[in-house]
Design a protein around this ligand. Structure first.
Ligand SMILES: [Fe+2]
Length: 195
């Protein structure tokens, strides 16, 4: 599609996001199956439900405009999902695989956050207030999902770092885990102080 106005660009972004959400709905069950950590499985399962809701929000936006929702292939999301598939499929260690699932899922979230931030901004400029609200809701959910993944990574990446699972190693993991989450808590509170 050739975009000749901000309105055209806006529609193009919505169609792209609509397609991206559908790609994610298709990809998430595979990640849920591949995950070992129950907490990671639960987080991804919850995000699958949220993603279905997000796709229907875009349908709602098209509906209000009296248009049929149309998807335009989001090649960026296709690439991110493909890259994640290639990476995860080749990993045997379940802890390392979980770390890779988080890495891949966070790339997805950040890509979506960029798309929704732009679309919400266009909706504001075009005085599409209801759409702006719906897009902001999704943007907030994507941020939340990203934060959940960051929290999970604090535990899972540490487990991935240690190989094997002797008792001594488990103690070391516990120690590193608490020092790693302490560090990230400190850096987060530093950031919020700076903000
Ligand atoms: Fe999404």
């Amino acid at each position: 599609m050739k975009a000749n106005s901000l309105q055209d660009l806006y529609l193009e972004q919505l169609r792209d996001l609509y397609d991206a959400e559908h790609q994610i709905i298709k990809a998430l069950p595979k990640l849920i199956d591949a995950a070992q950590s129950e907490r990671l499985k639960d987080a991804l399962t919850e995000h699958l439900d949220v993603t279905k809701e997000q796709a229907s929000r875009i349908e709602q936006i098209f509906d209000t405009r009296g248009e049929k929702p149309r998807a335009e292939r989001c090649k960026g999301m296709q690439g991110i999902i493909q890259e994640g598939d290639d990476l995860i499929g080749g990993i045997k260690d379940p802890n390392v695989r979980d770390a890779a699932i988080i890495a891949s899922a966070q790339r997805v979230e950040h890509y979506e956050m960029a798309g929704y931030g732009t679309a919400r901004n266009y909706a504001d400029l075009l005085d599409e207030n209801e759409a702006s609200q719906l897009l902001q809701e999704t943007l907030d959910e994507e941020k939340e999902a990203d934060e959940t993944l960051t929290d999970l990574s604090e535990e899972i990446n540490v487990e991935a770092e240690e190989e094997g699972g002797s008792e001594g190693a488990e103690e070391a993991t516990e120690e590193r885990r608490s020092s790693s989450s302490k560090k990230s808590r400190e850096s987060r509170s530093k950031k919020s102080r700076a903000a």
